[in-house]
Design a protein around this ligand. Structure first.
Ligand code: C2E
Ligand code: MG
Ligand code: MG
Ligand code: MG
Length: 273
């Protein structure tokens, strides 16, 4: 049929695009312009102490104010950004903006700002330089910056990742392992990682399996292990009072989730300070 032939004709001119849909290509094209048009914005989700309940930091989460589709969550564009390489300039912008905002929110109480780093971004030869620039330009105390990496970042090239993480820590920046428990990293890898913070994935906190007892054992073990490695533990996705009280009982250092606060624009996040 004509439709089929048309599709093939397009493919013939763009062999590298493979099975990419036009929708995805449109999104990539739009995203390319989004940085220039300043359509990207950050929302900040407060993180609280499990011990005192006080605010200890914010996680910066990217949002795209798409001219037609409205406010898009990262699930809609981060993978496109990663596959097209756009994550590199996008990630650099996120770093600069989060550091600038955190420095502008100067308060007596110290709080951290966490920034998610994608694998491709972390692999750039000038990644450390980009981070240093964001810190220097903003005037932010590097001790207040947390970089969140996932296990996939580490697994691609563990030795290089470890060296780079060590370098970041020497600059005073904190390194967090995000979504812990969802990847395939082994306990022995965890032992060798120079990390300050372990973020327990929300699938453990929320226990989708319905086996509450098993989920509690897992969270208990993760917290105990992290503390033995002198890591700080953050639980993600806290949605109920029961989850919160259990995490407190188990000695979880920090908690983050919709029960406590949703990610909000900077102007609203400021009210938590
Ligand atoms: P993440 O780093 O694990 O961030 C936490 C995600 O969980 C956020 O989703 C947040 O809104 C959501 N969340 C927080 N509390 C709860 C809760 O109680 N219940 C539920 N169901 N969800 C909760 P969001 O903002 O959609 O971000 C999704 C992912 O996109 C992030 O997961 C992170 O991996 C990625 N991401 C976000 N911003 C950036 C960025 O600037 N750069 C990169 N490379 N990735 C980003
Ligand atoms: Mg994160
Ligand atoms: Mg996470
Ligand atoms: Mg995640």
């Amino acid at each position: 049929c004509a439709k089929h032939a048309g599709k093939n004709a397009v493919r013939a001119f763009h062999p590298a695009m493979g099975s990419q849909t036009t929708e995805r290509m449109d999104l990539e094209r739009d995203l390319r312009g989004a940085l220039v048009r300043e359509e990207l914005t950050l929302h900040y989700q407060p993180v609280f102490s499990g011990l005192t309940g006080r605010l200890v930091g914010f996680e910066a989460l990217a949002r795209w104010n798409h001219p037609v589709q409205g406010l898009l969550p990262p699930g809609k564009f981060i993978s496109v950004a990663e596959e097209s390489g756009l994550i590199v300039p996008l990630g650099a912008w996120v770093l600069q903006e989060a550091c600038r905002q955190a420095a502008a929110w100067r308060r007596e109480e110290a709080f951290t700002v966490s920034v998610n780093v994608s694998p491709l971004q972390f692999e750039q030869p000038d990644f450390i330089e980009t981070v240093q620039q964001a810190v220097i330009r903003s005037g932010l105390d590097p001790q207040r910056l947390v970089l969140e990496l996932t296990e996939s970042v580490v697994l691609r090239n563990p030795q290089r990742a470890i060296a780079q993480m060590t370098h970041l820590r020497m600059l005073g920046i904190k390194v967090a392992l995000d979504d812990f428990g969802t990847g395939q990293s082994s306990l022995s890898l965890l032992r060798t990682l120079p990390i300050d913070i372990l973020k327990i994935d929300r699938s453990f906190v929320q226990d989708e399996t319905g086996n509450l007892e098993a989920a509690q054992v897992m969270v208990d073990v993760i917290i105990t292990m992290a503390h033995r490695f002198r890591m700080h533990v953050v639980a993600e996705g806290v949605e109920t009072r029961e989850q919160l009280s259990l995490l407190k009982t188990l000695g979880c250092d920090s908690v983050q989730g919709f029960l406590l606060a949703r990610p909000v624009p900077a102007s609203e996040a400021e009210k938590f300070l």
